[in-house]
Design a protein around this ligand. Structure first.
Ligand code: NAD
Length: 456
């Protein structure tokens, strides 16, 4: 079916008002959950082929999180859909006021390849819970996973309600040329700008979930062993292809050597001393990204790792030293298993560096000093983050997830997903048995006096 026709059909279906019903939404969420469970092994196999993810990692970071998001919506949907009564000013008497969530209509969800399951389904779950119809466009790079996602969508839904459209850039462009009522995009900044331009044409509201260079700071009071373990986990998960992975590390110069020792131990514990043979260590998505990352490694000072295998598209967990702010690796988001290490002696220098660059999606700080924690949190702009951990804030349904500035706009997960895909209407319900004349012309002296009593 042509994309323009698909959207026409979805809009027609939306206007039947079927999606407004709570039992309809519940039924769709249940159906999606059952189908994902049915295809769990296929999803794991596809994620292994696309990204070298182990079954355990696929469940932990993709399938499990998705199922949990559905469970959250099932449990809280009734409350989320409720109108919220608010006060009404005496000047509006007699009336009642309330705020009412309402779906946008036909929404577009575009997802990237690095967590293809979670980043396709989690926004979709929000869209369904809030009562929208949805066109889902997964990435063309996660070839195998996209095929299973397509199958899951086709088996779960009628295309006039939820449809999956697959294909490359030309398909994405055609999709973006249509009019939607909301667009939710996850991916890089370059395409993010294209999405925003296309949305502007129809004044369509958007969420942009982008990336950026997320800093990680370890100060001299940090628990070094724990910091090493948690940073290695967050950085090398999915071979560094995680939007919230620590991009670069700022470490207090006094603990650099001890940290590196612990960091190497942590890497070995996670992936053994032969990471290319470890089932828990992933591969780079494709040749283009492998070449890009290999290029970043050229002429660098390697402290840990630094080996590449072009056959399996693997790059070992790597740490680079002797990095200054002008090094090429500090220009763009790395999005791979390479961690540049910079040292500092004064935390103000780190804060200045962060603030001179675009606001990152995440920030991580390892410290046991509350004063440093407060200072960094107060001084830096970033989407979200952790103190004494990495990445874990993303997996919490109670924490809205999203960027700020160049790392994106809007947020989702749990309650925030429902809110993102809903428009909150303000309704004032007036009675007709009384019609106070004050607001109507002619504005006499006495009326003006009464108005001044209420409006001051
Ligand atoms: P990608 O290349 O797969 O692109 C994402 C989507 O954009 C796909 O659906 C693709 O078909 C479409 N697309 C690609 N080129 C296009 C074009 N020229 N015109 C129209 N559509 C186009 O993914 P990516 O951009 O490589 O993803 C990696 C980036 O995403 C990183 O910067 C990462 O930080 C970011 N990211 C952010 C989050 C988040 O939640 N904030 C999550 C994951 C990834």
């Amino acid at each position: 079916m042509e994309i323009s026709n698909l959207i026409k059909m979805q809009r027609m279906f939306y206007f039947t008002n079927e999606t407004l019903d709570i039992s309809f939404r519940r039924k769709q969420l249940k159906k999606l959950k059952e189908t994902i469970k049915f295809y769990e092994d296929d999803l794991k196999e596809a994620l292994l082929l696309d990204l070298g993810k182990s079954g355990a990692e696929s469940y932990l970071t993709e399938i499990g999180i998705t199922l949990k998001e559905i469970s959250f919506m099932e449990k809280h949907l009734k409350k989320l859909m409720k109108n919220r009564r608010v006060g009404t000013s005496i000047k509006d008497f007699p009336a009642k006021s309330y705020i009412s969530p309402h779906p946008y209509g036909v929404v577009l969800v575009m997802s990237p390849w690095n967590y293809p399951v979670m980043l396709s389904f989690c926004p979709l779950i929000g869209a369904i819970a809030a009562g929208n119809t949805c066109v889902l466009k997964p990435s063309e790079y996660s070839i195998y996973t996209t095929k299973v996602i397509d199958k899951i969508i086709k088996e779960s839904f009628d295309s006039n309600y939820v449809a999956c459209v697959t294909g490359g850039i030309s398909v994405s462009q055609e999709i973006l040329n249509q009019k939607y009522d909301y667009i939710f995009y996850t991916g890089g900044k370059v395409v993010g700008r294209i999405v925003m331009e296309k949305a502007a044409k129809h004044l369509t509201a958007i969420s942009l979930e982008l990336g950026g260079k997320s800093p990680c700071i370890v100060d001299e009071t940090a628990n070094i062993k724990i910091a090493a373990k948690r940073i290695a986990f967050g950085k090398y998960l999915n071979a560094g292809q995680t939007c919230v992975a620590p991009d670069y590390l700022y470490i207090h110069e006094s603990i650099k050597d001890e940290f590196l020792e612990q960091f190497e131990l942590a890497i070995n514990e996670l992936f053994t001393s032969k990471p290319f043979e470890s089932e828990n260590y992933g591969k780079i998505i494709n040749q283009r990204h492998f070449d890009r990352l290999s290029e970043l490694l050229k002429d660098q000072f390697v402290l840990i790792g630094g080996t590449i295998d072009s056959k399996s598209l693997k790059i070992s967990p790597t740490v680079l030293g002797e990095i200054t702010a002008t090094n090429k690796i500090m220009e763009e988001e790395i999005f791979g298993p390479i961690l540049p290490l910079l040292t500092y002696s004064n935390i103000d220098d780190v804060i200045n560096y962060i603030n001179q660059n675009p606001s990152p999606l995440a920030l991580y700080l390892f410290t046991s000093k509350k004063q440093i924690e407060n200072k960094v949190l107060k001084s830096c702009n970033f989407g979200g983050g952790c103190i004494n951990d990495t990445v874990m804030h993303v997996a919490s349904e109670t924490l809205p997830f999203g960027g700020v500035g160049e790392s994106g706009m809007g947020n989702y997960h749990g309650r925030a997903s429902f809110e993102t895909f809903s428009h909150y209407r303000s309704i004032m319900r007036k009675e007709t048995w009384l019609d106070l004349p004050i607001r109507y012309a002619p504005y006499t002296k006495i009326k003006n006096k009464i108005v001044k009593l209420f409006l001051r």
